[in-house]
Design a protein around this ligand. Structure first.
Ligand code: KMH
Ligand code: ZN
Length: 278
């Protein structure tokens, strides 16, 4: 049985507009304050997308480097940069994210419809990203938007080897319009498909929008970990906008404690994921 819960906060994303959610952290100062608050209430990983001076998504490498350094010097959180970016980012910019030297980066395991857009992840692109992460010692979190992405992951690992650190960790991103639904049944199907991956594979899950609580409870009961944050959810309860990322992490930590699997520290999370201790 798993005895503690890894909580990832995804505070910003690439889709929510600052104009619509003024409390969305988009500047470096806002991101660092959010990170400190979320660490204090139980987060151990921060999944990072950054914005430019006009609050638009960017993959500017210099800015990403500054962000990694600032988060590392002000928190103990594991910094996981998004290599997904926004649906409009070209592949070369998404690969260049690794030059900012994060401990972790996301790696999405297939193309998926994404609302009215397409989040493109060609097989050859995935292989390239995986190989570059192996070379640089960046630990991936494999993002799974649909059941078949787990089959692609099994193919990736069998053809191209285990990731840096040797441990496989996946994140089920559920309820994206175009991907799998945010239901207990879908989560159970994903968990069952892990049988084709290494026995020690761990998973977290996040439910976009109003599926957040269903997915959180399903993941905890299935022995999984949690991701929450304003990238995924901007409504705390019906008619009540989210106040802050800390509010979402605190709720997740509360559920984890109720499940008798309290939040993991960043040091414990590094040990679990095969990341060198700091
Ligand atoms: N913004 C989405 C198109 C990731 O961070 O790796 C992709 C995404 C996944 O958020
Ligand atoms: Zn993301």
């Amino acid at each position: 049985m798993v005895d503690a819960t890894l909580i990832t906060v995804a505070p910003t994303g690439a889709e929510v507009q600052k104009a619509h959610m003024p409390n969305l952290p988009v500047t470096l100062d806002e991101l660092v304050s959010t990170a400190k608050e979320c660490e204090a209430v139980g987060a151990s990983i921060i999944h990072v997308h950054i914005r430019d001076d006009h609050h638009q998504p960017t993959l500017d490498v210099a800015r990403l480097k500054d962000t990694v350094q600032a988060l590392r010097s002000s928190t103990s959180l594991i910094v996981q940069l998004s290599s997904g970016g926004s649906v409009h980012d070209p592949e070369d910019s998404r690969l260049a994210v690794l030059e900012a030297e994060p401990e972790m980066a996301s790696c999405t395991m297939g193309t998926v419809n994404f609302g009215d857009d397409v989040f493109s992840n060609r097989w050859e692109f995935i292989v390239d990203l995986h190989a570059r992460m192996q070379d640089r010692g960046v630990v991936p979190e494999y993002e799974i938007f649909d059941l078949g992405h787990l089959t692609s992951l099994q193919r990736l690992l069998s053809k191209h080897g285990l990731p840096a650190g040797g441990h496989v960790h996946v994140d089920f991103v559920m309820n994206v319009p175009g991907g799998m639904p945010g239901t207990t049944e879908a989560l159970v199907a994903c968990k069952a498909a892990l049988r084709d991956l290494p026995e020690t594979t761990t998973f977290s899950a996040t439910g976009i929008g109003r599926s957040t609580i269903d997915v959180m409870l399903a993941s905890l009961s299935a022995g999984g970990h949690l991701r929450v944050g304003m990238e995924d959810t901007i409504t705390y309860a019906k008619g009540m906008p989210v106040d802050s990322n800390m509010q979402l992490v605190a709720r997740a930590a509360g559920f984890a404690r109720l499940a008798q699997r309290p939040p993991m520290s960043p040091a414990e999370a590094r040990e679990l994921l095969g990341i060198a201790a700091r």
